[in-house]
Design a protein around this ligand. Structure first.
Ligand code: TYD
Ligand code: MG
Length: 460
């Protein structure tokens, strides 16, 4: 560890990058004004980390790859299907999982619901809060519903005490809410600082691997940079889940960004209700609710979130610009991508958009960067420009290249199937994907090679 003059180093509060001197901009994550000075001290973890199996027999020795036996991981199903899917089937025994998200998004609520389900199924769980008092937790628990009588709670921030209690009680699952409030006495830094957050997670990691306890850690994403963010410990944990969502909308998306025991990029969709978080079984239906019928500038596209197809409505508003430089704005998708697609439209299809303001929005507050929605964006922009409403029972997907060609996307068949399930009748997709989708009795499949083809078919 690099040390400054008085045993201090500077850490980036956003990504944990370390430096001997203060810097205005972090060279790793490019965030401004995130460096803070912290005192560093050596922490000893004691002997026998318990991470490698060879260690158990005393001195570590290498194993032969061909003789390693794969153990089926023991997984605890949380009883919340959407969460289990993101985790890859449940909580793996002895794993460390980080649940990050903005304050107030519902992390504590979700984990308390997990504790409720697990304790009701007879598992021993311990919910440790450093943020709320017992009565506050009880109030939340009352909103959520009936709890098993023997579920244990603990309000504590001192890691040594927590370690002792875990060793003593041996719960199967421990929730740490939140990592930014916990502190390790042997680290001189304040709770929430980068070194404190890292060292505490390190101790929890030893505990999880050593005792086979599954630990779920809550980490707040902070904007001000006074507290170290969860990104600082992403590399230490087995799985990282982020809670996203619009403050103004009631739905929440739980996104897996790292998972050593399953696929990443899976999402779970929840809705915040009076009685806690409810699973949203049919996310596409949810995203499309309230869609205007027969309005120009509205197109439904299909994106893949992990292995799951999701239908979203793309809205565009194109109107005459009153200024010399037209205004372009996007919500929920990449600004530069939309500009590029509009340039393709101008150049390849001769649509004069240069004097128009354009606003593109993914309805429902989702953020989608997948290029498969390109065709949808193009059709929405055109439909608004010409003021012609498209068939409301149609969906479109496909990546658009710089020559105006419509390129193949992955998992076309799943996308078509999702649209069919929701009662759509026409599906416009890249011509090369038509074969893959097979014949469908209810769905008319329109393969297009270029943007021009798509425009002609829609009469735009
Ligand atoms: P919380 O889980 O405390 O967020 P975090 O731990 O991520 O900071 O969620 C708090 C918000 O959720 C709060 O604004 C109230 C709301 N909420 C409900 O709407 N319904 C409920 O049943 C519960 C428990 C919370
Ligand atoms: Mg909380």
């Amino acid at each position: 560890m690099a040390k400054g003059k008085a045993g201090t180093v500077f850490f980036c509060q956003n990504c944990g990058n370390e430096s001997v001197k203060w810097m205005g901009q972090c060279p790793a994550c490019r965030e401004w004004n995130t460096f803070v000075e912290e005192t560093v001290s050596k922490v000893s973890y004691g002997k026998g980390g318990g991470l490698s199996e060879g260690r158990r027999a005393g001195r570590p020795r290498p194993s032969v790859l061909s003789e390693v036996v794969i153990r089926e991981e023991d997984r605890l199903a949380t009883g919340i299907g959407e969460l289990d899917r993101v985790l890859g089937g449940g909580i793996v025994q002895g794993s460390l999982t980080l649940v990050g998200g903005d304050p107030g998004i519902g992390k504590s609520t979700l984990l308390l619901q997990v504790c409720r389900n697990l304790s009701a199924a007879g598992h021993k769980v311990l919910y440790i809060s450093g943020e709320e008092s017992l009565s506050q937790i009880k109030m939340r628990a009352d909103r959520i519903g009936e709890f098993a009588r023997d579920m244990s709670l603990l309000c504590e921030t001192n890691l040594n005490e927590i370690t002792e209690i875990i060793r003593c009680h041996m719960p199967e699952v421990v929730v740490i809410d939140s990592i930014q409030t916990m502190y390790n006495e042997s680290v001189a830094a304040a709770p929430g600082s980068v070194s404190q957050v890292r060292e505490t997670t390190g101790v929890l990691l030893q505990l999880a691997k050593g005792l086979g306890v599954s630990v779920l850690i809550v980490g707040h994403v902070t904007k001000e940079g006074t507290v170290a963010g969860p990104r600082v410990l992403e590399h230490m944990v087995d799985a990282v889940l982020y809670f996203e969502g619009d403050r103004h909308a009631s739905y929440r998306i739980l996104r897996g960004v790292k998972n050593r025991f399953g696929a990443t990029n899976e999402i779970g969709v929840f809705e915040m209700q009076e009685q806690g978080l409810a699973e949203v079984q049919n996310a596409s239906e949810y995203m499309l609710s309230g869609r205007p019928e027969n309005a120009s500038g509205s197109v439904v596209a299909c994106t893949m979130e992990g292995t799951r197809p999701l239908l979203v409505e793309i809205q565009a508003l194109v109107c005459h610009s009153n200024f010399g430089i037209p205004r372009r704005q996007t919500t929920g998708t990449d600004f530069n991508r939309v500009n590029l697609l509009m340039a393709v439209l101008e150049k390849r299809s001769g649509v004069q958009l240069a004097a128009c303001d354009a606003y593109v929005n993914i309805a429902g507050g989702m953020k989608i960067l997948e290029p498969a929605i390109d065709l949808g964006i193009i059709l929405a922009v055109l439909s608004s420009f010409r003021n012609i409403a498209l068939n409301p029972r149609m969906i479109a997907f496909g990546e658009v290249g710089l020559s105006g060609e419509v390129r193949a996307v992955s998992m076309a068949a799943q996308r078509v199937w999702e649209a069919e399930k929701l009662g759509f009748e026409v599906c416009m997709l890249p011509a090369v994907c038509v074969k893959e989708c097979g014949k469908s009795s209810r769905m008319e499949i329109v393969g297009v090679k270029t943007v021009q083809d798509a425009m002609e078919w829609c009469g735009l």
